[in-house]
Design a protein around this ligand. Structure first.
Ligand code: FAD
Ligand code: MLT
Ligand code: ZN
Length: 457
């Protein structure tokens, strides 16, 4: 892969020679996605340190007709953050300015390269909390989570990333720098660009800073793991708890295949003497100890075969590990196909029970793991043992999702992985509108031109 000779000199003039990387040994670490399924080649990695430098780099890209893939923590799971078509990688990890928390407003402005964990810590130090949490918190960046509209384990309580974003600073594909980070709670002055950039996957603008709303902390929490004979019963329980347990802050599903994999891979203790068809990790958080409310709500549920209650913070962390370690344990089996889907609440139980048989019928040698955010209708179907380009199972699962009234992406986005199935989730009119927005904000197609939308005809 190559770029026009003058391109690099012009980029170096913007970011300095130390931040225009061309040595392949260094560049290689930016070329493979977290799963290992998506591997590209980049002629260079450019690492700007300010909004002005991002604008300068994009001006050079437009002038030379060079496309970039914006990259934050590179924890994305749909192949959208790596250069699959020889793009230059635009790493935003040096945009690490984190302003002081505005304690009165409960807000903070963070550079795109700040990690989610650092936002959480800064919020906690100021007596607030950040409403987004996900297992990739140490590496995933504010810019990446906005660009993917990340979900995670707190969506049922606080909503997705979009729900936390009050304002954004970004460099659009046109070169325009838009900045509206005052943080006013009420501000009806036209189109809401932050909403447009949330979930845009680096195709419309490069996010450089974000004004985030914080939430009041809930210092007391109770965690329990519930066992069920069948996944559908666990899903029913998650839906019931949304109604009966007001301080419910997480309801996470996994099955025995996933539990066995995680406990074996990490050498962890199993939580119950027996094995069950499905597990639901339930957390409730409040200002004062919510254990009694959690216990009462669990007692009123049907179909609970066993319960493990965490008596200490250490035990709570151990139960959470069983859920959060799924991603890493599955990856260790070989690059998985990760199908992050969402179903109407009433359809999720049946879907979760049908998928393993569907996968077995199409790919008898494959292994299928289901886990996810049950109370959001969101399940992650992970399939290992398939070639990276063998998309038979992906297509069949997405067709079933569409036929069940669901969406082919709940929280990870479309990226490169699901692009060919966008029509299952969006009408022709919607896709044409997306293309018109892309044409207006990135007319030279320098921003991640090969993800999310179909290639222009
Ligand atoms: P990257 O992976 O670098 O990029 C993701 C996308 O955003 C790409 O399209 C990229 O081009 C674009 N992008 C990145 N930065 C910018 C920017 N500044 N401006 C414009 N575009 C940009 N996701 C969930 O939603 N919920 C989960 O629970 C969850 N858990 C995870 C657990 C693990 C262990 C892992 C590895 C991943 C998990 N993810 C989850 C996926 C991932 O962490 C999120 O998608 C996250 O938002 C990606 O952030 P990032 O900084 O790593 O972005
Ligand atoms: C999760 O919920 O654990 C994440 O979305 C990551 C994954 O799907 O592996
Ligand atoms: Zn998830």
């Amino acid at each position: 892969v190559a770029v026009p000779p003058a391109f690099l000199a012009d980029v170096v003039a913007v970011v300095g020679p130390a931040h225009a990387l061309v040595d392949h040994g260094v560049v290689a670490s930016y070329e493979t996605d977290w799963t290992g399924r998506f591997v590209g080649r980049a002629p260079a990695v450019v690492r700007p340190s300010s909004t002005a430098e991002v604008a300068g780099v994009l001006a050079v890209c437009r002038e030379h007709g060079v496309a970039v893939v914006p990259q934050g923590g590179n924890t994305g799971l749909v192949g959208g953050s790596v250069p699959l078509h020889g793009e230059v990688v635009l790493s935003l990890r040096r945009l690490t300015a984190l302003q002081a928390v505005d304690v009165d407003a409960g807000q903070v402005t963070a550079g795109a390269g700040v990690s989610v964990a650092d936002v959480q810590s800064a919020a906690a130090r100021a007596g607030w909390a950040y409403g987004v949490d996900l297992a990739s918190r140490e590496s995933a960046t504010v810019g990446g989570t906005v660009a993917t509209n990340a979900g995670g384990i707190r969506v049922l309580r606080y909503g997705d990333t979009r729900a936390q974003v009050l304002g954004v600073e970004a460099v659009l594909g046109t070169g325009a720098v838009v900045s509206h980070t005052g943080g006013l709670l009420k501000d009806n002055t036209g189109y809401h660009l932050p909403s447009l950039l949330c979930g845009s996957e680096g195709t419309l603008g490069v996010v450089t800073a974000v004004r985030l709303a914080l939430v009041p902390p809930d210092p007391a929490r109770a965690v329990a793991l519930l066992a069920f004979d069948r996944p559908a019963a666990a899903v029913t329980a998650a839906n019931e708890l949304r109604r009966t347990l007001r301080p419910l802050s997480a309801a996470e599903l996994f099955t025995d295949d996933g539990l066995s994999l995680v406990t074996r891979h990490f050498g962890l203790a199993r939580p119950f003497p027996g094995s069950y068809g499905a597990y639901l990790l339930v957390e409730s958080s409040a200002a004062s100890d919510p254990t009694d409310e959690l216990a009462a709500a669990v007692r009123s549920l049907g179909g609970v075969a066993d319960v493990a209650v965490a008596g200490t913070p250490g035990q709570a962390a151990a139960l959470w590990r069983l859920r959060e370690a799924h991603t890493e344990a599955i990856n260790a089996l070989g690059a998985p196909h990760k199908l992050d889907v969402t179903l109407p609440a009433a359809a999720l139980g049946e879907f979760v029970e049908r998928v393993p048989g569907l996968v077995r019928g199409l790919a008898p040698g494959a292994r299928c793991f289901l886990f996810g955010h049950a109370a959001d209708g969101n399940v992650h179907v992970n399939v290992t043992g398939l070639g990276p380009d063998d998309e038979t199972v992906d297509g069949a699962v997405f067709e079933l999702v569409a036929a069940s009234g669901g969406s082919i992406s709940a929280e990870h986005g479309i990226g490169a992985a699901k692009r060919r199935w966008l029509h299952l989730a969006r009408t022709d009119a919607e896709i044409a509108t997306f293309a018109a927005i892309k044409g207006a904000l990135d007319p030279d197609r320098v921003l991640n031109p090969h993800v999310l939308l179909p290639e222009p005809s």
